[in-house]
Design a protein. Structure first.
Length: 135
């Protein structure tokens, strides 16, 4: 029996490990969330297939987000401007800023996301259901 992680435990997840949520042509892999971080942050990977959209334009009232390019080139909407995030690029989006992301290339792309403070993972079941209902 696997024991429940706490914020004081060391946490090691290998590539592809975590809580996986399929959202159409987008896959989210949560590495650490409120259960492991005492709600201080959530960390997830977001993988987009070629020529696919992201979650849709939205903003968070109280949460900053950080994106880090893992693979390929992701296009990220910040306010009214699209920015290309390549592997190794860093982007911070302050709370109350409209944002979205998409893959406009022929190659799969991935972003690492830090959501500060945590709790975003609570939305994932309803997000997955929305993508299932709107295929």
């Amino acid at each position: 029996m696997k024991h429940k992680q706490h914020e004081t435990d060391t946490l090691l997840l290998k590539a592809g490990e975590g809580r996986i949520y399929q959202c159409g042509s987008m896959t989210a892999v949560f590495k650490a969330d409120e259960n492991e971080t005492a709600n201080k942050y959530s960390i997830s990977e977001w993988w987009l297939e070629p020529h696919s959209g992201g979650p849709g334009a939205h903003l968070h009232e109280e949460n900053d987000e950080v994106f880090y390019g893992l693979e390929g080139i992701a296009s990220v909407l910040v306010g009214d401007k699209w920015i290309d995030i390549e592997k190794g690029s860093f982007l911070r989006i302050p709370a109350k800023t409209l944002h979205d992301f998409a893959n406009r290339t022929n190659e799969r792309c991935g972003l690492l996301n830090f959501f500060i403070p945590g709790g975003f993972e609570r939305n994932m079941p309803s997000i997955v259901k929305w993508f299932e209902d709107n295929k």
